[in-house]
Every structure is written in C-alpha cells, then in structure tokens.
Unconditional design. Structure first.
Length: 101
C-alpha cells in the first residue's frame, strides 16, 4: 500500500464520519424542534411563548458569539448560532401548521 492509498483511505474515513455527524445533527435539530413545539403547546398561546423563547435563545446565541477570545469557539460560533436558529425555524413552522392545518 503506497502513501496515496493511505491518504485516500483516511480521506474516505473522515468523509464518512462527517456524513454521520451531519445526519446526527439534523436528527437532533428535528428532535429539539419537536420537543420545543410540545413545550409551547402547554401554554395558552404557543406562538407567543415561542416568541419569548426565541428572544431568550437569541441571547444565548449572542453570548456564544461574544466569546471570541476563545480560539475553539471562534470556529464554531456561526455553526452553533445557525443550529439554534434552525431549531427555532422548524418549531415555528410546526406550530404554524398546527394552527392552520
């Protein structure tokens, strides 16, 4: 086995691992959105409650983004914020569909 074969195998392994992680993130995003929807349905006005949660989670996203002095967070700040926003968008879509079937 030459050096190129080794690099090719390593690249394939990393690609496969990234794909698995991507699928796990998608599944966890959907799960979180579903759980958030269920929490919102426990309130009198689910969309209003989601709006309050969006504001709180937006604050969490901003707090994460402001941690720029930590090198490991600089790399993932955008991804963390995008994931939180995706959960909120999915939840809002589900609540809107629940209200207007």
């Amino acid at each position: 086995m030459d050096e190129n074969d080794i690099f090719r195998q390593v690249a394939l392994g990393l690609t496969s691992q990234n794909e698995r992680m991507g699928m796990q993130i998608i599944a966890l995003t959907a799960l979180n959105a579903t759980l958030l929807r269920e929490i919102c349905h426990l309130r009198e006005d689910p969309l209003d409650h989601l709006g309050k949660l969006e504001a709180e989670l937006g604050g969490v996203s901003e707090a994460i983004a402001s941690k720029g002095e930590h090198a490991d967070l600089e790399v993932s700040t955008f991804e963390i914020t995008a994931t939180i926003e995706q959960v909120l968008r999915q939840c809002r879509d589900m609540l809107t569909r629940d209200r207007n079937p």
